[in-house]
Design a protein. Structure first.
Lengths: 113, 115
């Protein structure tokens, strides 16, 4: 099964601007994670937010979670060309916390120098 | 520490042929995952192992896909016979714990093209 589409599906910004991407999910969760994927480094874990948290920060990343709306957003501040990649949210937990993650469709971010 | 290793990196086969992928997880990681990622989509879990036992294979097309992790370390994923719709990147990931809040580490993937 898949989660919802990334919103937006594609985003193009200038270096130094902020980038915001959203994801929606369908099932109950106990955490939501964001991953980045580029051709050079594959899929890399960025940040995890638990279901009882509303906001979390890590460096230039800020994640919010609204469990009532089953949605999350990832904000990248002061973007760099190196942030060019696809970003996926993934949800974990729910009724059986086996470690399984359900990934969304992702947002493709292009940061122009 | 060494990351998750996968081979081959690329494979081109014709439909109805068979193919196998290999994965070596990070040392000490008991949980191993195989994902299928079709172009333009997020990864989809095919099978999850805890040591050499299967935890979840609910989305594995068992009529053509098989996977094993005999000694609880390396794993192989096989497709026999392949179909055109199996063209995708096959990702292997591992984690230390069998819980979703434990970070998963991904290998570089094997890009499969079925002609």
């Amino acid at each position: 099964s898949q989660q919802g589409e990334g919103d937006p599906q594609a985003l193009s910004i200038q270096e130094g601007e902020n980038a915001t991407m959203n994801c929606s999910y369908k099932t109950s969760i106990n955490n939501l994670q964001w991953y980045r994927q580029n051709s050079g480094r594959g899929l890399v874990h960025l940040i995890l937010i638990r279901s009882n948290e509303r906001e979390k920060h890590s460096g230039r990343l800020r994640v919010t979670l609204d469990t009532s709306k089953k949605s999350s957003s990832l904000l990248i501040t002061a973007s760099r060309a190196a942030d060019t990649a696809s970003y996926f949210c993934a949800t974990g937990g729910g009724s059986s916390n086996t470690g399984k993650l359900i990934f969304g469709q992702g947002t493709t971010l292009q940061v122009k120098p | 520490e060494a990351g998750v290793a996968q081979s081959p990196r690329y494979k081109i086969i014709e439909k109805r042929q068979s193919v196998a992928f290999w994965c070596n997880p990070i040392s000490g990681h008991a949980t191993l995952y195989w994902y299928q990622q079709i172009l333009g989509q997020g990864p989809k879990l095919l099978i999850q192992f805890q040591n050499n036992g299967v935890v979840d294979d609910s989305q594995l097309p068992k009529d053509r896909f098989s996977a094993e992790r005999l000694k609880g370390v390396d794993s192989t994923l096989k497709i026999q016979p392949a179909k055109l719709e199996d063209s995708a990147v096959y990702l292997c990931a591992s984690s230390f714990l069998k819980v979703s809040y434990n970070e998963q580490f991904f290998g570089p993937g094997t890009r499969l093209t079925v002609l």
